[in-house]
Design a protein around this ligand. Structure first.
Ligand code: UGA
Length: 459
């Protein structure tokens, strides 16, 4: 079975390399000739642990190739995965389906032997049926071209493992014959015990969106309680541990902090609200608007807390450690850390940034910040340090070593990764998300909230 992968962004490049690792011959297509040239030389244009090695291995073995030609793909492949992007539409926050539709149309026009098209992109419910029509209208008369949906659940930073041994496989199919094709593609995972759920198109499309919406809800749930503990007292980390021990709740995705970002969770919860609106179901997904708002309020809270800890922001020197939306990634799309950096810059602060992998991407989006090559360079002369992405390098920071490199012992832990008591014992003032920041000072609860609110707009 020959596999093609249309769109070699994050998802597609990973899928293509992993399919080759599973033993298939794979041809990846991208409309960007530069990307095709890079991948063909075994060069991965983004950061993902373990993936460069797989890419090189299979480009060298000849099992994995890349092209820009739909003609070549259509004549060669038996199973064509579509993994192009569905970015957020600026106009209403819905999913921009133009890349998916264009890929399906181009494929259909160029397929010259019987084939199955399998969508992997995150799409609004109803897409597969629409694409089935597009394929019927554009395919050549003498070939049979069908469609199935197979949503992807991989996480950045764990993309290879999530593709080869996922928690589950979900496929939306309209015939047992198509199910068999996909069972053959995923035979290794299935033999290893990975459950496969075969269902209809709509359920398969919705599983993906529902999973991301649930994860976003979990994060905003704990962050909403953070807002309470920050004013009323209490420690959000212990609260999360305690509720997480209830097996019905579970501890994962209950890490309070600056909230979720990236190319998936924020866009997906907006797109599903737009789609629900189109279906006349605004209220069903209306709660996700609040989930989004809670998430965005975390960013504003860091700015307020910074102002409260420094007294003012204008011309104050602030170092930001971590600018990607999560560790082990160079992705800064909708990154809470980059957004906070921009907000502080807009308020007049002098912002230095260090990230182990994300500096270049952040610079492309916001060159006004001072991008530094190490923690030491970033914190030099800083009056306040913000840790905004939980890279291992930052988890391992020593309060005494850092104190010797900077000018004032003030830090905000935006990811709840530092041992507060150890840092405070070393003379640091530690601001956190989910705890009052002046634990040693006796102030009334009312004063706490007034102090913070009066020190800046709650935007
Ligand atoms: C997410 C999903 O987890 C994947 O299953 C899905 O396949 C992918 O989107 C997608 O739709 O393609 P990813 O965007 O890589 O994966 O990131 P996550 O690991 O889900 O983290 C999302 C954000 O939530 C990050 O900014 C992270 O820092 C934040 N987060 C996560 C928290 O703030 N607290 C937590 O407890 C967990």
């Amino acid at each position: 079975m020959r596999i093609t992968v249309i769109g070699t962004g994050y998802l597609g490049a990973t899928h293509a390399a992993c399919m080759a690792e599973l033993g298939f011959e794979v041809l990846g297509l991208d409309v960007d000739p530069l990307r095709v040239a890079q991948l063909s030389q075994g060069k991965l244009p983004f950061h993902e642990p373990g993936l460069p090695e797989l890419l090189r291995k299979h480009v060298n073995s000849g099992r994995l190739r890349f092209t820009s030609s739909y003609q070549e793909v259509g004549a060669w492949g038996d199973v064509h995965f579509i993994s192009v992007g569905t970015p957020q539409r600026a106009v209403d926050g819905g999913a921009d389906m133009s890349f998916v539709k264009s890929a399906a149309t181009s494929l259909a026009r160029n397929i010259t032997k019987d084939a199955l098209i399998v969508g992997k992109s995150t799409v609004p419910v109803g897409t597969t049926r629409q694409l089935r029509e597009i394929i019927r209208d554009n395919k050549r008369p003498n070939v049979s071209v069908n469609i199935a949906w197979n949503p992807e659940f991989l996480r950045e930073g764990f993309a290879v493992a999530d593709t080869i041994t996922p928690d589950r496989l979900v496929i939306g199919v309209e015939s047992s014959e198509h199910e068999e094709v996909l069972r053959a593609v995923y035979a290794t995972a299935i033999a290893g015990g990975v459950p496969l759920i075969a269902t209809d198109f709509e359920t398969a499309e919705l599983v993906k969106v529902a999973a991301n919406a649930f994860l976003a809800t979990k994060i905003s749930f704990i962050n909403a309680f953070s807002e309470v503990t920050e004013v009323a007292g209490g420690d959000i980390r212990i609260l999360a541990d305690a509720i997480g021990l209830d097996a019905r709740i579970g501890r994962s995705f209950l890490n309070a902090g600056v909230g979720f970002g990236g190319g998936c969770l924020p866009k997906d919860i907006r797109a599903v609200q737009v789609r629900a609106g189109e279906l006349g179901l605004e209220r069903s997904m209306g709660f996700l608007r609040e989930i989004d708002q809670i998430n965005l309020r975390r960013r504003a809270r860091v700015v307020r807390l910074s102002r409260a800890m420094l007294g003012s922001l204008s011309q104050r020197k602030i170092a930001i450690l971590g600018v990607t939306f999560k560790p082990d990634s160079d992705d800064v799309r909708d990154s809470p850390a980059l957004d906070i950096a921009k907000k502080l810059f807009d308020e007049g602060a002098e912002v230095s940034v260090y990230d182990p992998a994300g500096n270049a991407n952040a610079f492309n989006r916001f060159p006004q910040l001072n991008y530094m090559g190490s923690v030491r360079d970033a914190v030099k002369d800083a009056e306040l340090i913000l840790v905004l992405t939980e890279w291992d390098e930052f988890k391992a920071l020593s309060p005494d070593v850092l104190a010797a490199q900077t000018s004032s012992r003030k830090i905000i832990d935006g990811r709840n990764i530092l041992d507060f008591s150890m840092w405070e014992a070393s003379g640091w003032s530690v601001g956190s998300l989910g705890r009052r920041w002046w634990p040693n000072t006796v102030v009334s609860r009312q004063t706490v909230s007034q102090l913070e609110l009066s020190s800046g707009p709650a935007s």
